[in-house]
Design a protein around this ligand. Structure first.
Ligand code: SAM
Length: 436
């Protein structure tokens, strides 16, 4: 209804809006790409959009039917033939779950720009024929991040001045506050972790010159149980206890597939003021599942030192998930398992209160869309891997990025040993109500 009121999409229940031209031809004017029909988006501005009709949930007879080339589907085909642009609006389903207010589901819709229909075909789904339309975003349009959103910090000049990373990342990080006039508390931005000499164990590299894929010859692939953990698009294949990227001691070039998180930010990130959780992080871009987001940098501390810090808001306990049995499932037992799960050695924590990067602003959610992956590439000390965040699902633009803090209720204590309690405001359906 909101899209209808502002005139962006006039059919309040149908995903494809169309208008009749003078000669009786219908052309699609806009489509709403929610996940209801399993539409697939990717970061190259290509959208595979499912046609309309035939869905049993919206039909009184409750029987799935073949889709037909009429109404919205025909309009999309006509738009393709006429090369007529179509507005694309993304419906943010996850936010729907996170914004349940007074029993009402609030969905956020984001206008993404004009697309052209490139081709269409039919596929069988659940025994019925379904139309698939491939649309591509017309190049040269401003990116969402540069569009005007009512926001006092998004005035052009401020944008140039206010890069949260102060030029230290390969992409600027915008600060957005639509709630009040506050800025984040000052801290020193560090895009990389620095390690004290006692953790500088060298990491043996590989000798590959023509790419790292050989599961017998490449020393790094071998350490990853015989497979490069990333696909050729730089997305991680699945979560593991520890990933070894190629690094400075390897012979392969920087473009090697097995180097991903060390190259820094790939998606434009924003630090934004949330309603109830202080600052948070989101991206103005669509993020495919498995993509690298950012590292969690800060001061490396032994746990004993970390316990003495007054501000515990920005502490990240390293290696906690080595004990997560799910991460080990399906992996052959390999030599490092014993050392990774060693309980006796010193434990380490990263403190990002005074020195840190954009990772320090990522909030907790009980239904997160990121996870923390342990990665080694520039040193070999398995006790202190880099903490790298990866997307655990496709993330639509402007959805808050979150990971699970893994605190057990009752585990966090203050300096007097008293159990600390903090409410969780993530708002997800599965929220326990307690952060710790
Ligand atoms: C690593 S910081 C995250 C960034 C923080 N929101 C800020 O403004 O700088 C962790 C702190 O954020 C807040 N926070 C993060 N997730 C939260 C949640 N789900 N509910 C309530 N507070 C949360 C808590 O104060 C927590 O100690």
């Amino acid at each position: 209804m909101e899209l209808l009121l502002i005139g962006l999409h006039r059919r309040h229940l149908a995903g494809i809006d169309f208008a009749r031209q003078k000669r009786g031809l219908t052309l699609a004017t806009s489509i709403v790409a929610s996940r209801r029909y399993a539409n697939k988006m990717n970061d190259l501005g290509v959208l595979i959009y499912n046609g309309s009709g035939g869905n049993p949930s919206f039909c009184a007879c409750r029987i799935p039917k073949d889709q037909t080339l009429e109404h919205g589907n025909l309009a999309l085909k006509n738009s393709m033939d006429a090369k007529s642009p179509v507005r694309v609006i993304y419906g943010n389903k996850k936010d729907a779950a996170q914004n349940k207010k007074k029993g009402k589901t609030v969905v956020r819709y984001v206008y993404d720009g004009l697309y052209l229909v490139e081709k269409y075909w039919t596929e069988k789904e659940n025994g019925c024929s379904v139309f698939k339309f491939q649309l591509r975003r017309i190049p040269g349009q401003p990116e969402l991040a540069e569009m005007k959103i009512l926001n006092k910090f998004q005035v052009e000049e401020d944008l140039k001045v206010y890069d949260v990373s102060q030029g230290k990342e390969n992409l600027p990080i915008k600060l957005v506050n639509t709630i009040n006039d506050e800025y984040p508390k000052p801290f020193t931005y560090v895009s990389r972790m620095t390690y004290a000499s006692y953790v500088q164990t060298p990491l043996e590299g590989c000798n590959c010159i023509n790419g790292c894929s050989d599961s017998v010859k490449c020393a790094c692939v071998l350490k990853n149980q015989g497979e490069v953990p990333f696909n050729d698009g730089g997305c991680i294949l699945h979560a593991r206890p520890l990933v070894y990227e190629c690094g400075p001691s390897c012979s392969c070039p920087p473009s090697c597939y097995n180097r991903v998180s060390q190259h820094g930010l790939k998606f434009k990130l924003e630090v934004f003021k949330t309603e109830r959780m202080g600052w948070g992080v989101r991206s103005s871009m669509f993020i495919p599942s498995g993509s690298f987001i950012c590292e969690y940098t800060g001061e490396l501390l032994m746990d004993m030192e970390a316990d003495k810090r007054d501000d515990d808001d920005y502490l990240f306990d390293i290696g906690q998930n080595y004990h997560d049995q799910e991460l080990w499932e399906g992996l052959p037992t390999f030599t490092t398992k014993a050392s990774l799960q060693d309980d006796d050695g010193p434990a380490f924590t990263i403190d990002a209160a005074e020195r840190g990067n954009v990772g320090r602003f990522i909030n907790h959610s009980c239904t997160p869309n990121l996870y923390a992956q342990n990665i080694l590439y520039d040193h070999g000390d398995e006790r202190v891997p880099h903490i790298m965040f990866f997307a655990s699902e496709d993330i639509p633009p402007f959805q808050e990025l979150t990971y699970h803090y893994n605190y057990n209720i009752g585990q966090v204590r203050d300096s007097d040993g008293k159990i600390k309690i903090k409410d969780c405001y993530c708002g997800s359906i599965e929220c326990t109500g307690r952060l710790y």
